[in-house]
Design a protein around this ligand. Structure first.
Ligand SMILES: [Zn+2]
Ligand SMILES: [Zn+2]
Length: 220
């Protein structure tokens, strides 16, 4: 399995940065885009520079209904209307209708934890005020979690993901968590986008901490 960050507030040379998050997960059988950042053109430009074909993506999973995670949806669907779309069921009815009208495949409304494709699961929508789903990757060396902004809080995301196995690592926005004990047994803590306390996490786990950016990739 391979995870590549396509869109983040930070970017490696040659790629563009922008507020938001998007990453690609490639398995033997599927290619999944998780979130789209805000600017769909920036998303497609970074994909081109990373030699990712938008048309090759079979599923689009959206974490939560915030502009910096879904802004690129229409531009992406213009390019690839054939992807299955997975959104938290609580997305606004009109947004779901719009997305459905621009895609050719089905819109899946996610409530509880479920399989998305082989080895890839969703936590289901978690949280009270801002509902969000995270991805769970069942890789050869354990479970990796991919979050959008982690608005529901890491305790509830990690609790749900733990039911799938031992958690090896986490990538994405870790929001304002100060519950640093949660990272204790993780081998990889990839903080990106909206992580508020990067330096505190890095201080506690210097060997396992990585700051992710557009262009970062990891074989899992
Ligand atoms: Zn958010
Ligand atoms: Zn965000």
């Amino acid at each position: 399995m391979k995870m590549t960050v396509i869109y983040d507030n930070e970017a490696k040379e040659g790629l563009q940065s922008g507020w938001g998050f998007a990453c690609l997960i490639e398995t033997e059988d599927n290619i999944i885009l998780f979130d789209t950042g805000w600017d769909g053109h920036l998303l497609l430009r970074n994909m081109e520079r990373l030699a990712i074909e938008p048309e090759s993506i079979d599923s689009l999973v959206l974490s939560h209904q915030h502009w910096d995670h879904i802004g690129g949806v229409t531009t992406f669907l213009d390019r690839n209307p054939d992807a299955d779309i997975y959104v938290p069921a609580s997305f606004s009815a009109n947004l779901k209708k719009e997305m459905e009208s621009r895609g050719k495949r089905s819109l899946h409304e996610i409530k509880g934890p479920q399989e998305i494709c082989k080895g890839i699961y969703t936590t289901g929508e978690l949280g009270d005020s801002i509902k969000e789903q995270s991805l769970i990757l069942d890789s050869a060396d354990g479970i990796y979690i991919i979050t959008g902004c982690a608005h529901p809080g890491l305790p509830s995301i990690i609790k749900t993901a733990s039911t799938f196995g031992t958690i090896t690592g986490i990538f994405g926005g870790l929001h304002d968590t100060q519950d640093y004990e949660l990272f204790r047994n993780m081998q990889l803590i990839g903080a990106g986008h909206c992580t508020k306390n990067k330096s505190a996490i890095m201080k506690l786990y210097p060997e396992n901490f990585v700051e992710i950016f557009a262009g970062y990739s990891a074989d899992l």
